[in-house]
Design a protein around this ligand. Structure first.
Ligand SMILES: Nc1ncnc2c1ncn2[C@@H]1O[C@H](COP(=O)(O)OP(=O)(O)OP(=O)(O)O)[C@@H](O)[C@H]1O
Length: 135
């Protein structure tokens, strides 16, 4: 089945692509996603990110990934896209910027709990990523 995605607006930019608010228009799902995209040629990191996120499918405190696909876009050629659960408040940094650097205390409690529970999910699914060099 051919899926048609409409990119509504840019949500932000990261090291591995631009993130759009996206909506599937065919078939009529009307489902909203965050869609992270990058030129197919540079997509290896984004594909890796997708593989890692898919290991946490079903974890309520980790942004869900629903897979990826390649599209052809005018002026850009082949683009790799990753479907993510849309977080209406954006990232923690977005939230800090919104409140001028000071997130209200009640929200801090709530986000801290989400972060710890998310970390617990990571440990439970036994994904340990060592990024440190010995010595
Ligand atoms: N799932 C999402 N829902 C809503 N907004 C998002 C989502 N993912 C990313 N964004 C927005 O897009 C921006 C870029 O996200 P991205 O994940 O590409 O990079 P990052 O994690 O912020 O930075 P880096 O890739 O450098 O570590 C975020 O700062 C946020 O504003």
């Amino acid at each position: 089945m051919k899926v048609k995605l409409m990119k509504i607006k840019v949500l932000g930019n990261g090291s591995y692509g631009v993130v759009h608010l996206g909506k599937i228009v065919t078939p009529v799902y009307n489902q909203i996603y965050a869609v992270k995209s990058i030129n197919e040629y540079y997509s290896s990191f984004l594909r890796k990110e997708k593989e890692i996120l898919l290991k946490f499918f079903g974890c309520p405190n980790i942004i869900q990934c629903y897979g990826g696909f390649t599209s052809f876009e005018q002026g850009q050629g082949e683009v790799y896209n990753m479907f993510l659960e849309y977080a209406p408040e954006g990232s923690l940094l977005d939230l800090m910027n919104k409140y001028g650097g000071k997130i209200p205390e009640n929200d801090v409690k709530c986000y801290t709990q989400m972060i710890f529970e998310g970390l617990l999910d990571v440990h439970e699914r036994v994904l340990i990523h060592f990024d440190l060099k010995p010595g």
